[in-house]
Write a protein that binds this ligand. Structure first.
Ligand code: SIN
Ligand code: CO
Length: 369
């Protein structure tokens, strides 16, 4: 794969993934169009888009969150700032296509494609991220320095995570189409030399605490336990404020009814990993066509998952928007194909599939071509 510098996905995963950095010259130059600064800054003005400006000014790091007013953007100086826009794959189709080039990794891991623009001197400072990232340079030039040493800790009181000490071990100038892969916790420092963009393909690696908390919420929603406390053999007490051992033991017995198995975990994962991000809202069709017209539209043009939506499956269950879909078994292979490829080609599909697809279309998870 040219994207991986001639390595196969197997070779890349074995040698580099989560292990060591990889610089790939000319990884990708297949852009049907380039996003210019005007387009990126227009995205940073929208309230359904996450954006930030990082500036280095008077020896201090400054960070602001969007949406940004055009007057704010017009005041930016000639040098030493970076604007970052997250989840551009939700809004620009060819960016979504680029993100899904990385589908040799599962969608449970793939997060988003963020774009940064920086004039000369623009940087977000030396830091490390807790997740894997591919940094693809698009136009302009950026100097990247990296270091396996992440021990110095971050500057206190800075609004962003900037390492106190950074001792670069390797350095490269990345030009249009070059890409740098970094495993989690690998210190890096990019500084723009010529105005340009960095496309960051980011991955999702949930923390144990997050997964445990969300799993407990999931469990709470579906727990349905019988029984209640009883004590027909109770004796009188002289210490009515005391929590006695027998009471605690009975509470412990009741809590032992909270159980889960592999199936519970599977359903939790399907549900949690298809939940939309906090700022995402699906666009339901204003004037939905009827199911017969919908079936003929698929038969002539196919259908695709909306760029903001994710569909995942395990065994015979398919999930979208945090829920398991309900459908006839006949629809399953087509739904799995749709989830993997994010689209289905034009064809006449069984009615059972059309029924569930139509439901998803009404919710705004699917788009007709
Ligand atoms: C950048 O786009 O310059 C910063 C991306 C990163 O360091 O993760
Ligand atoms: Co970073």
């Amino acid at each position: 794969m040219q994207l991986l510098g001639g390595l196969s996905p197997e070779e890349f995963l074995k040698e580099y993934w989560q292990k060591k950095p990889l610089l790939i010259r000319n990884a990708w130059d297949n852009f049907p169009e380039l996003i210019d600064y005007a387009r990126l800054s227009a995205l940073a003005q929208r309230d359904d888009v996450e954006s930030r400006i990082i500036e280095y000014k008077n020896q201090c790091w400054k960070a602001e969150s969007g949406p940004f007013h055009p007057a704010r953007l017009a005041r930016l100086p000639e040098t030493d700032w970076t604007i970052l826009v997250g989840n551009v794959n939700h809004l620009v189709p060819h960016i979504a296509e680029l993100l899904y080039q990385f589908n040799f990794l599962p969608y449970t891991r793939l997060d988003d494609l963020m774009i940064s623009y920086a004039p000369p001197g623009g940087s977000v400072g030396p830091h490390y991220d807790s997740y894997d990232v591919f940094l693809l340079q698009v136009s302009g030039k950026k100097r990247w320095q990296i270091s396996s040493d992440d021990a110095s800790g971050f500057i206190e009181d800075a609004p962003i995570r900037v390492l106190k000490d950074f001792n670069p071990e390797q350095e490269w100038i990345l030009e249009h189409g070059d890409m740098l892969y970094l495993p989690p916790m690998y210190a890096h420092h990019g500084v723009a030399i010529e105005p340009g963009m960095t496309y960051s393909i980011g991955f999702r690696a949930p923390k144990t605490q997050e997964i445990a908390g969300k799993f407990l919420e999931f469990l709470q929603d579906e727990l349905c336990l019988d029984g209640m406390y009883s004590d027909p053999d109770r004796q009188p007490t002289a210490k009515p404020a005391e929590i006695d051992n027998e009471f605690v033991a009975k509470m412990g017995e009741m809590l032992k009814n909270i159980t889960w198995n592999d199936d519970t975990v599977r359903r939790f994962v399907g549900s949690y990993f298809t939940e939309p991000k906090p700022h995402v809202f699906y666009d339901q069709p204003d004037d939905p066509i009827n199911i017969e017209d919908f079936a003929s539209a698929i038969s002539s043009g196919g259908i695709a998952i909306d760029a903001k939506a994710l569909m995942l499956y395990e065994s015979d269950r398919v999930y979208a928007n945090g829920e398991a879909l309900e459908f006839e078994p006949e629809a399953l292979p087509f739904l799995r194909q749709l989830a993997d490829q994010r689209k289905l080609p034009a064809a006449d599909y069984p009615e059972s599939l059309i029924t569930i697809l139509y439901e998803c279309y009404e919710y705004g998870y699917l788009q007709l071509s």
